[in-house]
Design a binder for this molecule. Structure first.
Ligand code: ADP
Length: 509
């Protein structure tokens, strides 16, 4: 209080050119009425009590009207009330013994008090108006933000540092199938399938502790869980903000199963999987290879036939037979060379092996393979053992294996009433990680089971039959093994192993 307040009130008043400029007319009128009427009533009351009070409390009676006038309409009404109050108060001593010098001091104190009250009233009005304007601006921004949140096609989910959902946009409601009312206040892990569901709180805690971002500001393709249990591939980007002492994270989610929307993004992702393109060129390659192999093989057959005939001659022309057999051997080597070229083509000479997170690699490949899974109503479950994660591999090649196996599984379940795909990672001897991709499809056709991993074995009308043979080449080139377990009508499970690297843990989110 005191001087500082009065000065700042004066500044405010000058700065704002008086609150009276902007307050409503009825309020201004009410302020002046309070000044004039209030002081008149105060004077009547004081006169009425005069026999009791004599000259005491001459000024006090006139203060409430000043407060009312200043509160209602600020400085001017407050000053008017002060002047009227002063006149009223000075009239009291006149009725008695007349003015004495002490009255001047009382009058000066009254004027100072009245002016202060008027200034404080003015200041309160100015501040009140400012607060009102700020509130209106914030409300307008809030409405704007809401409309933006409700219009953007990406789902926006705001969570706090305990993983609790604070806001859930309209697009998020459509994507996940939950209404904002149902999820706000719950843990965001309800939107993820196992095993992420159980570890998500740990990820946030670790980030808050280490400050090391794994996903914030990076963006990743991950698997989301809709109401009802269906999973879908989604692209997730996370932003961070601090409000007061708390941190909040905003997740932007794009549903990759909406094909049209994501065609562009998918093309980008698929460009990364350059190997897939090789599958198509394998078809063309196969016919030219067949032609190339045909030549040495028929030459070998001819030479051997010649030898057989030469054996009928007497004496046996040993030199000629030896020469013919040598030519047959050369042709066999040529055929071998053609086959070696095929293997090189498939396994790709230069590989880029790095230490990768197996879980992350699988998650990405499965998200990609599952595009369209929604239409087919496939349920995906994942169980990754955290003790086996770090592998030294060519990521693109291994993802191609996973992509092949999942696509085969999805195709195998097309006619099945139950469509469940499970991805499992568990420890195996070696030490290695065993990856199991199991479906509930019709099982393997018995006629192809013995030759499954050989090239050009297919039961599909448009199939090339090279997916599994390439997968085997890749897995074996990485020092692993691939095999299948199947039972008719129950489904098929493809297993493959990859050696794990010890130490040098690669963490994933
Ligand atoms: P393609 O898919 O082009 O036929 P693949 O080498 O990937 O080539 O698969 C070879 C064959 O193995 C398929 O045609 C199919 O008959 C069979 N097969 C592969 N995966 C499965 C599966 N999960 N369930 C049933 N059959 C499968």
């Amino acid at each position: 209080m005191g001087l500082a307040l009065i000065f700042s009130a004066i500044e405010e008043a000058l700065d704002e050119q008086g609150a009276g400029q902007r307050i409503s007319r009825p309020r201004r009128v009410a302020g002046y009425l309070a000044a004039i009427g209030g002081e008149a009533v105060s004077w009547i009351l004081r006169i009425a009590f005069d026999p009791l009070l004599d000259t005491r409390f001459a000024y006090l009676f006139f203060v409430p009207a000043i407060v009312a006038a200043a509160a209602l309409s600020g400085l001017r009404a407050g000053l008017l009330a002060t002047l009227l109050g002063l006149a009223g108060a000075l009239s009291i001593p006149f009725l008695h013994q007349g003015l004495n010098p002490g009255e001047y001091l009382s009058a000066a104190v009254f004027v100072a008090l009245g002016t202060s009250i008027a200034l404080v009233g003015e200041r309160n009005l100015v501040l009140g108006q400012r607060a009102q304007r700020a509130y209106e601006t914030i409300s307008a921004r809030e409405v704007l933000l809401r409309s933006v949140l409700d219009t953007v096609p990406d789902a926006i989910i705001l969570i706090d540092d305990a993983g609790i959902i604070r806001s859930f946009s309209r697009a998020a409601e459509l994507q996940f199938g939950w209404s904002s009312r149902e999820v706000v206040g719950k843990n965001v892990s309800m939107l993820m399938p196992a095993p992420y569901r159980d570890s998500h709180d740990g990820y946030i805690a670790r980030y808050l502790k280490t400050g090391e971002p794994r996903i914030i500001g990076i963006g990743r393709v991950v698997v989301g869980l809709r109401r009802g249990g269906a999973t879908f591939p989604m692209e997730l980007a996370v932003g961070e903000m601090t409000v007061g002492a708390r941190r909040y994270f905003t997740g932007f989610v794009r549903d990759l199963s909406e094909r049209q929307q994501t065609e562009t993004r998918l093309q980008e992702l698929q460009a990364e999987l350059v190997h897939v393109a090789r599958l198509t060129s394998m078809g063309e390659m196969a016919s030219s290879l067949a032609h190339e192999l045909n030549q040495p093989l028929s030459a070998i057959a001819n030479y051997l036939n010649g030898c057989r005939r030469l054996l009928g001659n007497t004496p046996i022309p040993k030199d000629l037979i030896e020469e013919t057999l040598r030519k047959a051997k050369d042709q066999a080597l040529r055929a071998g060379e053609v086959i070696r070229r095929l293997r090189d083509f498939v396994a790709r000479g230069e590989t880029e092996r790095r230490t990768e997170s197996l879980h992350k690699l699988l998650e990405e490949a499965s998200a990609l393979a599952l595009v369209g899974g929604k239409e087919q109503g496939i349920r995906v479950s994942m169980a990754f053992d955290p003790s086996v994660d770090s592998v030294h591999v060519d990521k693109v090649q291994v993802q191609q294996v996973v992509l092949n196996l999942i696509r085969n599984a999805i195709e195998a379940m097309e006619a099945s009433p139950r469509r469940e795909l499970s991805l499992t990672v568990k420890p195996a001897h070696g030490p290695s990680a065993e990856i199991v991709i199991a479906d509930t499809g019709a099982g393997l056709a018995p006629e192809i089971a013995p030759h499954l991993f050989q090239p050009f074995i297919t039961t599909k009308r448009t199939g090339l039959g090279v997916g599994l043979s390439i997968s085997r080449t890749i897995v074996e080139a990485h020092g692993g093994r691939i095999w299948v377990e199947t039972s008719a009508g129950e489904g098929t499970a493809f297993h493959f192993t990859l050696p794990v690297t010890d130490g040098n843990e690669v963490e994933y989110e």
